[in-house]
Write a protein that binds this ligand. Structure first.
Ligand code: FBP
Length: 548
């Protein structure tokens, strides 16, 4: 592989570890825990892993330990820093005993059940330190949830002498990791399971998990791009740029990018849902700002749109839920219809009156995108729905009407963009490089202590790395019961944007000014070498959440 000069320079970067991990450590057990809600039900479902204490590590004396064989799995969407979790884990288990081995299951969770793996040697791991991507072993979205899969996984681990698995994933993958941990405990399989919080979407976080890895880098990449577009918009003064940003459900990415770049308009899905705003309300809001800016001769601007928005608009949320049920119930019939038009007609006839009207009102592209296959977790693949184009079309219509009524006299020319895949495999920022290496190293320590059903956790991340606190959080602590595919299930609660939280409040207090005045910020590219205030700063979201 030919490496760029930056990659070569980056290879020698030594990620920082929490101060307490720079030498031998002992584990400290905190208070017993309980789930955030539905305690009785969750306790009953996880009799072996419920209620365990929060763990931290403090300096101690070195223990002689036998070697340990560990398997690692990357699950779900790519997020910058995955390779460093593996590097930290590798270094951590070698520190336990140099004879320890790390196996990487290939292509995501299916690698475990299909017995597809490689041994991750020092040579391989060194090649990937501080790089973006998940290509070291690949990732996948197969769900690990059935007993047969668990049993196959156990057999495959037994052959390799694997006594611990580290699953690097988002809320769904970590929920499944916890179910696996519980099952292996119940049957005395002798395999521990430890999770790591990953997702660029930033929606796997809580009191004990300050942020998911990858969010920092991805937001910095998108903010650089948004800043560049804003500078172009402010130079040419002729386009409105509609920019859709990844984030399957939560709008954390959109909010963070707004805080970093101060665009004219940002839609936050959680606000749309709370205020029960319709598609028309959103269109009127955008068109209103466009018209007002045009009065000052400013026929340009930026609009940030979270990719999950479509599922938060009340009438479309109901439509999607009906579509999900309908597509599951009529799978056979639908598969026999060849064209989208046939499928569309069939669906429109089968929906309830209100949803049928909403579906009929959508442009063909969007109507077709809404009936594309769901992902393995049953979710609509929002990255394939062109919400930004839908809004452009509707805003254009609205402006035409406003012009007829004498309420608009500007020029409306637009460009559309979607930023998602551009950021997911970027070289991790220093924050993500350090954070992920620390998460991997901490996972190795949890394994050394015989722990299972825990998520690796590194806290106090707005302080300098030497003050970070490494430990483990029982996954059951983050769970509640939610309806999934018609059934109540124990799941890790997804962290959506809180309207009463400091990041949203800060944004809400400034958005009107950003809308009318052109106050763009141009963050520029991620810096890896240079002054700490330029290279190491965490996201604004994290700083605001920590009161900084
Ligand atoms: P994870 O939750 O698995 O980390 O993935 C998040 C994400 O990047 C979303 O932002 C996006 O909607 C989705 O993955 C895209 O999925 P795919 O990679 O399957 O196209």
């Amino acid at each position: 592989m030919i490496k760029s000069a930056l990659q070569l320079a980056r290879e020698s970067y030594k990620p920082k570890l929490p101060g307490s991990l720079n030498g031998p450590v002992v584990v400290v057990e905190g208070e017993k825990t309980q789930s955030i809600a539905d305690q009785d039900e969750i306790k009953k479902m996880f009799p072996n892993t419920y209620g365990m204490p929060i763990l931290t590590f403090k300096p101690g004396t070195k223990k002689e330990m036998p070697p340990v064989n560990v398997g690692v799995i990357l699950s779900g969407g790519q997020a910058p820093g995955g390779h460093n979790v593996i590097a930290g884990l590798f270094d951590g288990i070698k520190a336990i005993n140099p004879q320890s081995k790390l196996y990487g299951f290939l292509g995501g969770p299916s690698g475990l059940t299909d017995n597809k793996y490689i041994e991750l040697t020092a040579e391989i791991v060194n090649h990937y330190r501080n790089t973006g991507g998940f290509d070291i072993i690949g990732s996948g979205r197969t769900k690990l949830e059935k007993k047969e899969q668990f049993d196959k996984g156990r057999q495959n681990c037994n052959v390799l002498g694997i006594s611990a698995l580290v699953i690097i994933g988002g809320d769904d993958s970590n929920t499944n990791a916890c179910v696996l941990a519980e099952y292996y405990r119940e049957i005395n399989a002798g395999i521990q399971v430890v999770g790591c919080p990953k997702t660029i979407d930033g929606d796997l976080k809580n009191e004990m998990i300050e942020t998911s890895f990858g969010f920092d880098t991805a937001c910095k990449v998108y903010s650089e791009l948004i800043g560049n577009i804003q500078r172009d918009a402010n130079s040419a003064k002729k386009y409105w740029h509609f920019i859709k940003l990844m984030g399957r459900s939560a709008s954390h990415i959109g909010l963070e990018c707004a805080l970093q770049t101060q665009p004219n308009i940002t839609i936050i899905s959680e606000e749309v849902e709370t205020k029960q705003q319709t598609l028309d309300d959103i269109v009127n809001y955008i068109a209103g700002i466009i018209a007002k800016r045009s009065e000052n001769g400013e026929n340009f601007g930026t609009v940030l749109i979270p990719e999950g928005l479509i599922e938060f608009i009340p009438e479309i949320k109901i439509l999607i839920s009906e579509l999900n049920d309908l597509m599951a119930a009529k799978e056979e019939e639908l598969s026999q219809l060849e064209t989208y038009q046939d499928k569309r007609t069939f669906i429109a006839e089968s929906l309830s009156g209100k949803s049928s009207d909403v579906y009929a009102s959508l442009p063909d592209d969007i109507a077709n995108q809404l009936i594309m296959d769901r992902d393995p977790h049953g979710n609509v693949q929002v990255s394939r729905i062109e919400t930004e184009k839908l809004l452009i079309q509707m805003v254009e219509h609205k402006l035409k009407d406003m012009r007829k009524e004498g309420k608009y006299n500007g020029k409306f020319a637009y460009q559309n963009h979607f930023f998602g895949y551009e950021g997911r495999c970027a070289a991790p920022s220093n924050f993500d490089a350090d954070y992920t290496y620390s998460l991997g190293y901490t996972a190795a320590l949890l394994i050394r202590e015989g722990k299972t059903g825990y998520m690796s956790s590194v806290r106090n991340t707005t302080a300098s790395a030497s003050e970070w606190i490494a430990g483990g959080v029982p996954v059951t602590m983050m769970m509640n019961m939610e309806r999934r595919h018609g059934e109540m299930k124990p799941v890790i609660q997804k962290a959506l944007v809180k309207l009463e939280g400091a990041p949203f409040k800060k944004f809400a207090s400034q958005r009107e000014e950003w809308a009318m005045k052109t106050m763009y910020v141009y963050p520029g590219p991620i810096q890896y070498f240079g002054p700490s205030e330029v290279c190491d700063a965490p996201t604004k979201t994290l700083l605001l959440e920590k009161g900084k």
